[in-house]
Design a protein around this ligand. Structure first.
Ligand code: SF4
Length: 461
């Protein structure tokens, strides 16, 4: 289901089947780009292209999708067990008793996962599988653990194909009070809406989340009024992508694929945008959100680094849009020989916002303090650092086992992860113009490539 796709993108698990896939014929590239531009313009007029143009949507996003966009989301895969047989599924999903994992880390207990959510500062938590409703007791235990530790600070949703939500099972889950939204992959059962209609009567919010399957476009158009009628709150459309073991199945359809490291189906993206344009023309008010490969690559590809950086950033440091930790360094003494620390203290600068690093021979200073210095220094520099969340499976048992700064993430019962802060840049000199930009909270042009995510969707090639 959709959650599986998310995590595989995060993990970069492109399939081995990714080579030799049909590309867009050269003669069709210009027409495909023109068609997409026209559809995006139509969606932009009636909705929005948020997240720097990478996420077209009509109407409001689900609160869970908002947290995803803020890179505040973790997805726990409770089992690899499902009774569906979706051709686009990234794995066989026939493993009973598989260990629960999130962001590739196995968690020994529900409380260990809840501690992880808390320590990393996630505010959106989802449960996927396979289908987590097939292991209802484990799902309830995890939802309860997250709620007990974080209360109402998190938004919780589940993914299901709907086969196991009926017969009172969804009510049993919801009776615990911890689930805010239920998302149905109705493509698993030929777009049957019975389970969805039942869920709408008992769940706080019901979303339909499916891949945009090009050959089903006309069926999807006919489905939109039905989704509205039964009370679905959101329709989330994913772009079909080659993930895990689904490459052969996707290649058996008449699709054209991007040449990206995780190949995506061009026809699926066009199908999603066609459906959104149709909804606008037909006066459908159901919120529709398109989740494409570009959005996932940009937001999820940097997501865990961003969250790890946010979790460990000190008050003198800045987390960039690209998910890096930026440190701004000043020499301890100004060109005039003045002690910069004395100057900051005398100006009443918040002592938490700067610190001395004797090893590097400089001060790490938050850019908001530059105004306290009088004349800006000529010999400042910045460094960038990736914050990697690593565990025992990566060979990181304790902080001493890595040659970098490491921050423990204690999960209880002896289980522990570490955020390892790895320098990835040289010392990059910043002139006074760049310091003025940093002081104003802006990114100077010379640092844009380090700090910002690109805008828009890249042309098909
Ligand atoms: S519902 Fe379909 S996509 Fe989701 S886990 Fe089951 S078989 Fe895979």
């Amino acid at each position: 289901m959709a959650g599986d796709v998310e995590v595989l993108v995060r993990l970069g698990l492109a399939s081995d089947d990714a080579t030799g896939l049909p590309r867009l014929p050269t003669a069709e590239v210009a027409a495909a780009n023109a068609r997409r531009r026209a559809l995006l313009a139509r969606v932009a007029r009636g909705g929005a292209l948020s997240h720097k143009g990478a996420k077209p949507h009509l109407g409001a996003l689900s609160p869970g999708c908002v947290r995803c966009g803020e890179r505040d989301w973790t997805c726990m895969f409770l089992n690899q067990h499902c009774n569906g047989s979706c051709f686009f599924c990234p794995g066989p999903m026939d493993t009973r008793g598989a260990a629960p994992f999130a962001e590739r880390f196995v968690f020994h207990t529900p409380d260990a996962y809840a501690r992880y959510v808390e320590r990393m500062g996630f505010r959106g938590v989802s449960f996927s599988g396979g289908d987590p409703m097939l292991t209802l007791d484990a799902l309830r235990a995890h939802v309860r653990a997250v709620r007990e530790r974080l209360g109402d600070d998190v938004y919780v949703w589940i993914y299901t194909n709907g086969s196991a939500t009926r017969g009172g099972r969804l009510e049993r889950l919801l009776a615990g009070g911890g689930v805010d939204e239920v998302r149905f992959n109705i493509a698993a059962w030929d777009y049957d809406l019975e389970a969805v209609a039942e869920a709408v009567r008992v769940a706080p919010r019901v979303t339909v989340e499916i891949p945009a399957i090009p050959e089903d476009l006309e069926r999807l158009k006919a489905l939109l009024p039905e989704l509205e009628r039964v009370g679905v709150a959101h329709l989330n459309l994913h772009q079909l992508m080659v993930l895990g073991t689904n490459g052969e199945a996707l290649a058996s359809h008449p699709y054209r694929f991007t040449a990206d490291s995780v190949p995506a189906v061009i026809d699926s993206e066009l199908c999603a945008l066609e459906l959104m344009a149709f909804a606008l023309d037909a006066g459908i008010t159901l919120p529709i959100n398109y989740c494409g490969a570009t959005y996932k690559e940009r937001l999820h590809g940097t997501g865990l680094d961003f969250r790890a950086a946010t979790a460990v950033a000190g008050p003198s440091e800045v987390v960039t849009e690209s998910g890096m930790l930026r440190r701004l360094w000043l020499p301890r003494r100004s060109e005039a020989g003045e002690d910069v620390t004395a100057r900051l203290s005398a100006a009443g600068a918040d002592p938490a916002r700067w610190r001395e690093d004797a090893d590097r021979g400089g001060l790490v200073v938050h850019p908001s303090l530059l105004g306290e210095l009088g004349e800006l220094p000529r010999d400042a520099w910045v460094t960038y650092h990736r914050c990697l969340l690593l565990g025992a499976a990566d060979g990181v048992e304790d902080a001493e086992s890595v040659p970098h700064e490491a921050h423990p993430v204690d999960l209880g019962d002896g289980q522990r992860l570490h955020v390892v802060v790895v320098p990835v840049s040289a010392e990059l000199p910043v002139d006074r113009g760049a310091l003025r930009a940093l002081s104003a909270g802006e990114t100077p042009p010379a640092l844009l490539a380090w700090e910002q995510l690109p805008y828009g969707l890249p042309d098909y090639a």
